[in-house]
Design a protein around this ligand. Structure first.
Ligand SMILES: [Zn+2]
Length: 50
């Protein structure tokens, strides 16, 4: 069984945790992605955290 962890993507501007998702620990993702922040009401860079 693959180990699964829940991560979140937090807006780097307002630090709001906008996106939660579970993924495989081994799989590599981009550390920063551009996502829509509902708090800033625009697209901002989001950083991944636990
Ligand atoms: Zn924001």
């Amino acid at each position: 069984m693959a180990e699964r962890i829940t991560f979140y993507l937090a807006c780097t501007v307002c630090k709001n945790r906008n996106y939660h998702y579970a993924r495989n620990k081994k799989k590599e993702y981009k550390v920063e992605t551009n996502k829509f922040c509902s708090n800033c009401k625009k697209h901002t860079p989001h950083k991944e955290g636990k």
